[in-house]
Design a protein around this ligand. Structure first.
Ligand SMILES: Nc1ncnc2c1ncn2[C@@H]1O[C@H](COP(=O)(O)OP(=O)(O)OP(=O)(O)O)[C@@H](O)[C@H]1O
Ligand SMILES: [Mg+2]
Length: 237
């Protein structure tokens, strides 16, 4: 089996006096979809933020491609986040002044892609997530589910090595949820993108190759899911 793309060991993180993580360990491989489940408040979002280099853990290590993410200086960390990671936040965070198309095109523009090419690629990703036709809408004019899909398109448009998605199907009905999961699975298989996916929906978790469950800030169960046991598409780096 290939080495993990990303590995977290013994993560401890408190928000003020509230413990969120109390020694959580998890690994993510290229091309793998990992579902993270657990009750509300169990530390899922905090774990995702630590793995994506958004929040520094108080203790423990996050290793990405041989680098200690938790020890990187802020400038290198933000470069890494911009070029290799895609994040879908639990509470949206699209830029309200920009249209859906420009929200998705923005990471490409920041990376130096021409406006025309960026908008073209952004349009393709909106299509993949079934929100073609909303190009000109601003986030305030989108439904919750449409906004989630635009956020996913924005996270994937640069072809990141790892995608971190916090409840990306939370506002979707089951048909739209299936469409999103099909597109995510396709991307993981096709491009070797690693996907860490927080969900409370068993149907969504069933698309994953593996599931870990959090309770009170620690991983209590980890295992392969019978439906996703196929590792034939695993990418060796
Ligand atoms: N910014 C913050 N300030 C204070 N406490 C926080 C903050 N963020 C999270 N917490 C606390 O840390 C713990 C873990 O929160 P976290 O958001 O990681 O849980 P979660 O599993 O993502 O929950 P949910 O399913 O509701 O999104 C909770 O007790 C929460 O109240
Ligand atoms: Mg959360």
């Amino acid at each position: 089996m290939s080495n993990p793309l990303l590995a977290a060991r013994g993560l401890v993180k408190a928000h003020g006096s509230t413990p969120a993580l109390r020694g959580a360990s998890v690994e993510l491989r290229a091309g793998e979809i990992l579902a993270v489940t657990g009750a509300s408040g169990s530390g899922k979002s905090t774990l995702l933020h630590c793995l994506a280099g958004i929040v520094r853990p108080d203790e423990g290590a996050v290793v990405y491609g041989g680098e200690r993410l938790d020890q990187l200086p802020e400038n290198r960390l933000s470069e890494l986040r911009r070029t290799e990671f895609g994040v879908v936040f639990q509470f949206g965070q699209l830029i309200p002044e920009l249209t859906a198309l420009d929200n998705v095109a923005l990471p490409l523009l920041l990376a130096g892609t021409s406006r025309k090419a960026a908008q073209e690629r952004a349009g393709e990703w909106l299509e993949r997530f079934g929100v073609r036709g909303q190009e000109e809408s601003r986030p305030g004019e989108l439904s919750g589910g449409q906004a989630q899909r635009v956020s996913l398109a924005r996270a994937l448009v640069t072809g990141p090595k790892a995608v971190f998605a916090d409840e990306p199907t939370g506002a979707l009905d089951s048909l739209a949820g299936e469409q999103v999961m099909t597109a995510l699975t396709h991307t993981a298989r096709e491009s070797g993108t690693a996907v860490l996916l927080i969900t409370h929906d068993a149907q969504v978790a069933a698309y994953a190759d593996r599931e870990v469950s959090l309770r009170d800030g620690v991983v209590i169960a980890a295992g392969h899911l019978p439906s996703g046991a196929d590792t034939s598409a695993e990418v060796t780096r």
